[in-house]
Design a protein around this ligand. Sequence first.
Ligand code: MOS
Length: 758
Amino acid sequence: MPDTTPTPAPTPAPAHVRQGSSIGQPLTRRDGLLKVTGAARYAADNHPPGMLYAVLAVSSIARGRVASLDVPAAKAHPGVVEVMTPANAPPLAQDPDAKNNPFMFRLDLLQNDRVRYPNQPIAVVVAETLEAATEGALLLAPRYEAEPARTGLDSAESFVPPGVGVGNPPEAHRGDVAAGLAGAAIRIEATYETPAQYHNAMEPHAIVAAWDGDALQIDTPSQGMAMAQGRIAGLFGIAPETIHIRSPFLGGGFGSKGMISGPQVLGIMAARLVDRPVKLVLRREQMFGPVGHRAPTRQTLRMGTDRDGALTAIDHHAKTTSSTFDDFFEPAADASHTLYASPAIATSHEAVRLDTGTPLFMRAPGEASGSIALESAIDEMALACGMDPLAFRLKNYAEAEPISGKPFSSKALRQCYTQGAERFGWAQRPLAPRTMRDEAGLLVGWGMGTATFPALMFAAKARAVLRADGTGLMETGAHDMGQGAWTALAQIAADGLGLALDRIEFRSGSSDLPDAGIAGGSAHTATAGMALHGAGADVIAKLADLATSDERSPLFGAGNAGVIAREGRLHRRDDEGRSEGYADILARAGLAEIEGSGQGAADPVAQAAYAMHAHGAVFAEVKVDPDLGQVRVSRLVGAFAAGTIINPRLVQSQYYGGMIWGVSFALHEHAVIDQRSGRPMNPNLAEYHVPVNADVPSLEAILVEERDPHVNALGIKGVGEIGVTGTAGAIANAVWHATGVRVRRFPIALESLIGGGS
Ligand code: MOS
């Protein structure tokens, strides 16, 4: 039996540290002190003069109509100022059910008395105090005409969704899967189920809204301020520029704050109705409905290999759910598009409509639920071939993206496999399950999973100013969900201007700054970062023009391409001893400042030529109580390659966060839906389980070197979501290895393990 106790060793020194630049430095969060001292102002911390408190009343049925609300009782309660219902809600300029792009939620804004999911807002009570508003909401005592709730994957007729995720085709294939399966020497078929999950950011959705005529001031957590501005402008019939959103900090978002939600808009409507500033904060249980969730899936994987364990076919079919009134479909099967080099691959989706709030992207949408099934199936396939799971993956991972046939812009997956395996000690893993025990008699198992996430970019803008004193200002309206955007983007900004970090002012988190796009799809650093990089380059080019065309400058005649910017000076490339400080160049030109702008966007030419993804490999050790079935993850080692690492400390933290989500997916998270009422039965953090420190004893994340020359000029890929994708499958596979029981329903429950195995 191998020794399963890891040798305690310090985490290796962060790679990528470079001298003379901010990019690559393992800086702590610049806003860390503000956060740990409570000085960081989150949306709900704002209290403009005259502010009232709004509390939602939400439906306790899943489907039907609100027959009555006792508005007089609520209004008679001391401190209650107003009750907003469909009868008196301010008119909107746009139908909340209209949708003209996939980045729009259809919203419940009291447009009628229909109830289409549990916890749907049905009224808003506004009062002088939170207590009065809460009591007023209780006094509404709604009565309903309820209709039977449709719940579960089998409760309605299924259909092929028009698109999955944000507009991906619901079906895709390459090669002949039927022939690949028919001709296979070894085949497997298995069906996996994943539950509904809710984002559950620590900070609930909150808004403080204040109208001044047609001007609107909003404090609210947002992953996409410009998109929110546009949506609110449409709903209220006002110009986007008259809306100012401040969103300096988010207490987590995970996708649920990507698009402005109904409750946030209700806060704005309430403020309009009472003509005073209003604060509305969701209670935890109210987050289980109107602000999105990860839809459940049932996924069937069929695979075949030849006699040597080379894949001949992958067929990945996913069934999922959406609401009755909107169109988000979890793209679970798409996980099979990118990893394994089968000559034949088919993916397909079907969906049913349920009486549920609309699902939404939730951290690694599609990849998270899809990869737990795919990585479990790969493990089952390896076992059927009698092969070690790592050897099987090393044999079958793709050198070019299998579904599109495009080469990867870069790929360091082999290094992730080998570095992760070495660090973990995988070579000592016995092939057979249920062969390792620790000193306490617990079953020990080792499993692995492959991680991948696309390297996306959206569109962003940034503005840069170089001031007469040689300091700089960089602006972009980026969003810090806790991932460290304030820090990582400032590092890129400083390098863009060739200044030390303490010589620049970095402004972010407000909608009156240039649009930084959406903080989603693990694309924010690349997108907003490239905009900042471009803005810096624009300023430096103008500065270089001034210097190199001026006979009095030591840089005269060097040409733009002939200078580099570093530490507040321009240097001749061919003779670095010849240089001039920024302030001197500006002073001689008589300029108070130079301004520049930049844009970040995907390069369509590169995207047409290459498939762009980050990659990784995760290795898990679990310990399972043989009598009670209790599972603990005792060790996780992830190795990830995600291009240029802007800040290794923050990136490691993102990987840890993703890996903990993987633990959560495999073992904890499960929104339990009452099949009679359709209501979520555990809408709280006591019964909706997420891992705590005791659930995650040892984490390691290895930053594997990767230079991607095509993804963008800085070589940045995303790091926020990939950690979820390999980890959940690795844990499921480790549970099999510990127990000999293959659990295909997630989260893995005690009862699935008791009495199983031999
Ligand atoms: Mo993330 S689900 O792209 O916010």
